[in-house]
Each structure stands twice: as C-alpha cells, then as structure tokens.
Design a protein around this ligand. Structure first.
Ligand SMILES: NCCC[C@H](NC(=O)CCC(=O)O)C(=O)O
Ligand SMILES: NC(=O)OP(=O)(O)O
Length: 312
C-alpha cells in the first residue's frame, strides 16, 4: 500500500479485514517491520481514540512515534503564491518536505471548517501533504473522510455478524453543533463494499453527497428503516446541501432502547449522551462502541503494516 487517504487505497478489503482480525491474536508478530521507522502524527483537531490507537498500532509494529499538535507550531499557509503578510508563518511546501525528513509515514487529522463547501470538498490540507511530502500519508479524518474509522467499523461488523448478510442501518441523530459528514461518508462507502443489506435513514434534506451514497436506499421514516436491523450505526452530520447548517434538532431522532430493539448499537465516539443516544442504549449489552474503539488499533495496525511492507 502506497498511502491510506481513502478506502479505495485498500487493494483487497476482505483479506485486509481478515488479517486485521488475526493481528488481535498476536499483535507483536510483526514487531521488527517498523524498526527504525518513524510515524509522525499531525493533529489540526482534537482526538482521543485516533491518537492513542494509531500510536499503539505503530508501537506494536516496532515503530517510533512523534506527535505534533499543529496549533502549537507555526501557522501554515496552503495557498500558492500568497504574499504572507497576515497570520500564516510557514508554507506547506517547506513544512511537508521538512517533516518528511523526520518521518517514514505522516498521518494527518484535519477537519473541515464547514463554512466553504468547495474548499472543504477540495481536501486542500490532506492533498497538500500528499503533494509536497515525500513519504506515504495516512488520513486520520479529513474534511470528507475517516477511512481508519470505517475500517474499524468493518472489522467490528465482520466479527459480530450472526448471519451471512446482516442488515445495517445508518441513522442520523440530532446534535447541538455542526459536525462533519466525514464519518458517515466513509461508513457508507465501506458498507457499499461489504456483504450487507444497507439502508440510510435521516430527516428529509439531510442527504449526504450523492457521489458517495449512489443508489443506497434512503428512508425518511426511521422506524421503518430500523425494522429487523442487525447493526444500527448512529451519527450526526450537518447539512450537506445547505452546507454546514444545523437545520434539525428534532429529539425524536435520538436512538432509544425501544427503537433499537435487538440490534447492535454502533457509534464512532465521542458521543453526546441523551442527545444522540439515550443512556439505556449505551449502558446495555447491545452497545458495541467499546469493541469498535478497540478495533481502531487493529485497523491502524493493518494499514501501517501494509504501508511499511510497501517501503521494503
Ligand atoms: N473522530 C470522531 C468524530 C469527530 C467529530 N465529532 C465531533 O467533533 C464531536 C464533538 C462534540 O460532540 O462536541 C465528527 O463528527 O467528525
Ligand atoms: N472516533 C474517533 O476518531 O475518535 P477521536 O476523534 O477521539 O480520535
């Protein structure tokens, strides 16, 4: 693997999921692969899981890890040809090349600003690193995608499925803040590549990017969509059409024990209790969010392993 910025960078998804599950049995099997190799993780935004699970994954492979909260460094300029008279002190052209000299792999987290759709959709931060860095790039959640999360979600569903083609539902939930579409986008793309019966439910007008959902069934009636579900993935996203707006706070969309029935509850975390999902769900046996978060380590580890093998 040359990089992991999107799900399509995985050449054999089913094989990769299987290998990730095997890593759990002996996480240190490939501890020599990353010897004298360094992962630099750059965070433009907050993180708990991604930061710790990716570091753990790298260390399981014997890598050294350096973490930089980008807000502690010089403010980066991404525009070409700018007269840098304002607040930005360093251009991505120098920064990416410099970091590449300290790193064998660079992982980047950079959320969208949710104010300028075209700018967010251009993925200019991630793309600039891809363009100017001289080492492989890993996406730790960008403006439009969270492929490491989606891989962990696929591992979780594969491990816990009790039938060959489980029914999976992505259900929108209310949230006080405007959140990215990234997690939902990558989950949709991943489900479209797995052997599952997949449906999306959200309030009318909350359609995700049609280039991603394609012909996935969308049902505006949550109760109907949830019928006979085996896995329910709950997530808020802000409006994609009226870009970045919160147009609906309808608490009737919150996931409850009643609505969930016997299905397994999934969420990428962090989750706002009793807004997105009620306590009774999160505190029940049906919730698999802690297992999901554990699988972030093995998702990151299989990705780093395949990239390291590509460096040999
Ligand atoms: N990486 C996992 C999710 C990150 C982000 N959630 C958040 O920002 C939630 C913040 C809050 O609840 O205040 C998102 O939805 O993309
Ligand atoms: N799910 C996830 O990416 O969590 P963090 O934002 O804490 O990394």
């Amino acid at each position: 693997m040359k990089k992991y910025t999107k799900i399509k960078d995985i050449s054999n998804l089913n094989e990769t999921i299987k290998e990730a599950i095997l890593l759990k049995i002996n996480p240190f099997e490939f501890q020599d692969l990353g010897k004298h190799k360094t992962l630099v993780m750059l965070f433009f935004n907050a993180s708990l899981r991604t930061r710790l699970s990716t570091e753990k994954a790298a260390k399981n492979l014997g890598m050294d890890v350096m973490v930089l909260n980008v807000n502690d460094a010089w403010q980066l300029e991404f525009e070409d040809g700018t007269v840098m008279y304002a607040n930005t002190s360093e251009h991505i052209k120098e920064a990416a090349q410099v970091i590449s000299q300290y790193a064998d792999i660079i992982a980047v987290r950079a959320f969208p600003a949710l104010t300028d759709k075209a700018k967010d959709q251009s993925e200019y931060i991630l793309k600039s690193f891809e363009k100017f860095a001289t080492v492989p790039i890993v996406n730790m959640e960008s403006a439009t995608a969270h492929p490491l999360q989606a891989l962990a979600d696929a591992i979780t569903i594969t491990e816990l499925a009790e039938k060959p083609k489980p029914k999976v539902v992505l259900s929108w939930a209310p949230h006080p803040k405007a959140l990215p579409q990234a997690v939902a986008n990558s989950f949709v793309e991943m489900m479209r590549n797995l052997e599952v019966d997949f449906t999306i439910t959200h309030p009318e007008g909350y359609e995700l990017d049609k280039n991603i959902t394609k012909e996935t069934p969308i049902n505006y009636n949550q109760k109907e969509a949830l019928k006979d579900a085996d896995f329910v993935y709950v997530k808020n996203w802000s409006n994609f059409n009226d870009y970045g707006k919160v147009l609906n706070r309808d608490e009737n969309w919150m996931m409850t024990k009643d609505k969930l029935g016997n299905a397994k509850f999934m969420h990428c975390l962090p989750v706002r209790r009793n807004i997105v999902v009620e306590d009774a769900v999160l505190d029940s046996e049906n919730s698999v969010v802690i297992k999901q978060a554990n699988n972030r380590t093995y998702a990151a580890q299989i990705v780093l392993k395949q990239i390291l093998e590509g460096l040999l």
